[in-house]
Design a protein around this ligand. Structure first.
Ligand code: URA
Length: 473
């Protein structure tokens, strides 16, 4: 067995392969090793001896097509690529032209490898995003983090070097980096310069790009599978606009529904509710982690996550179940009919809305279609538990000493599923360093057709609010 040690790159392989052909070494007699895998096999004299030897090797003529296939396939990530490429070259040198045909087994593999590499090259040009660094950090001015599918860093770096003038930049990848100092390109194998990458600051151009991307994104024409095909999800994390996409997609779903609802609104009975189109979709430049929450599946059909609202030093927290249709569109809690009833109850109880913190046990709207309408669906305990992560943060960040739970879901969010509303309603129960007053959900009152029964429920909510404000927790 002949061990041939080369640098892990096409030119080194080509020189060594021509040499091996000149010596008539059949593919199965060669053990190809690379510098990356076995640095100990390498030293300067060994390498220059090889280069000198190869200079004597007679050139072999291959078709232009095969030359380009070999060159591209050489970037395919596979430890056996060099021995495979040598087998192809060997067969060609023996006069076996079928090796360059996609109908041949080796030929098919060669085509597949070259195709995958060309795709990775295309992706690299399409998805590398440079970010400008803080000028005080010096060169490089621009850095990008990228995770190529194949060994296309050097190829991509040549491309950017030819297009980015004399600016200085760095592309860091998980297994190497390319640096350009304005004149020379330098490639470094091994660990990427991750700390350098961390020093990136979002630049003005990026903010502009985000605004532009948002403005050209047409929700009415969204085709999610086409989007994911053209911009695979695995690239999103390296793209600034990647952070926007989940919300844009979710808005598009809500928006499309709203258009459908608007078209049919005249046909529906009941009170028309005005929704200001701009206010209905607040744009968040920097989505918070709640905006991109994927702890359960409710985000998929919601327009957006609905954050709690109110002063962070509020003494009283009102805890509802989940946003409703209008809260989902507007991105604010208790702005629909239940919110209106709650507002009236607060007024009767002498509680000022601006002084309390309003939130929900679940932050995304869970619903099911009923004709053109979205009907509220009670969240499952699992969803309540998944969302408790956010509620915990609010309990910690908002110093409220008294919590008024509105309805069974809110109560269960604090005390678990076994805590029944009937056993707790109107009562004060200690909870950690706080006091909890349990009462009905305002939409329970809204559902009651009987005027007297409704008033009784509203009166109970008012009484709970009065009790909450009288408590000295
Ligand atoms: N019902 C809730 O529980 N919360 C809201 O925000 C709206 C309706």
């Amino acid at each position: 067995m002949h061990v041939i040690a080369i640098d892990d790159e096409f030119d080194a392989w080509r020189v060594a392969a021509l040499d091996a052909l000149a010596q008539k070494l059949p593919p199965e007699s060669i053990d190809w090793r690379t510098a990356q895998a076995e640095p100990a096999l390498f030293n300067e004299s060994a390498r220059s001896a090889k280069a000198a030897k190869a200079a004597d090797a007679p050139p072999i003529r291959v078709s232009r097509e095969l030359a380009s296939l070999l060159k591209d396939a050489a970037h395919f990530r596979d430890a056996r690529r060099w021995s495979f490429l040598y087998r192809v070259l060997w067969r060609w040198a023996q006069g076996d032209r079928s090796v360059a045909s996609p109908a041949d087994e080796d030929g098919a593999r060669l085509y597949k490898m070259a195709k995958a590499v060309r795709r990775a090259q295309h992706d690299m040009i399409a998805y590398v995003r440079f970010r400008q660094r803080d000028a005080s950090l010096g060169a490089p001015e621009f850095v990008a983090w990228y995770e190529p599918d194949h060994d296309v860093l050097a190829w991509g770096a040549e491309h950017f070097a030819a297009r980015m003038g004399r600016s200085t930049w760095l592309i860091a990848t998980p297994d190497g980096a390319a640096m350009f100092d304005g004149e020379r390109l330098q490639l470094e194998r091994g660990r990427a310069l991750a700390s350098d990458h961390a020093a990136v600051l979002p630049d003005a151009a990026e903010a502009l790009w985000m605004t532009y991307y948002r403005s050209i994104f047409n929700p009415a024409r969204l085709n999610e599978s086409a989007l994911e095909q053209h911009m695979p999800v695995r690239f999103w994390k390296g793209l600034p606009e990647g952070a926007l996409i989940p919300k844009l997609v979710s808005d598009a779903r809500g928006g499309a529904r709203r258009v459908a609802q608007a078209q049919n609104v005249g046909a529906l009975g009941g009170k028309a509710v005005q929704v200001d189109a701009l206010a209905a979709q607040p744009e968040r430049d920097a989505p918070t982690s709640l905006d991109t929450c994927r702890r359960c599946d409710l985000w998929r059909n919601a327009t957006q996550a609905v954050h709690g609202a109110g002063p962070s030093d509020a003494r009283i927290m009102l805890l509802g179940e989940q946003p409703g249709d209008q809260e989902d569109l507007k991105g604010e809690p208790f702005v629909g009919p239940a919110g209106q009833l709650l507002q009236d109850a607060m007024q009767r109880a002498g509680v000022v809305r601006e002084h309390v913190y309003l939130t929900n046990a679940v932050k995304h709207f869970k619903w099911e279609p009923r004709g053109k309408r979205r009907l509220h669906k009670t969240p499952a305990q699992q969803e309540v538990e998944a969302c408790s992560y956010w509620l915990e943060q609010e309990l910690h960040d908002v110093g409220a000493k008294v919590i008024v739970t509105l309805g069974a879901t809110a109560l269960a969010a604090l005390f678990g599923r076994r805590a029944t509303l009937s056993a707790h309603v109107g009562r004060v129960v200690p909870y950690r360093d706080k006091l909890v007053v349990a009462t009905y959900h305002p939409s329970y009152a809204l559902r009651q057709n009987d005027e007297a029964a409704r008033e009784k429920t509203v009166a109970a909510i008012v009484a709970a609010l009065e009790l909450a404000s009288s408590l000295k927790a």
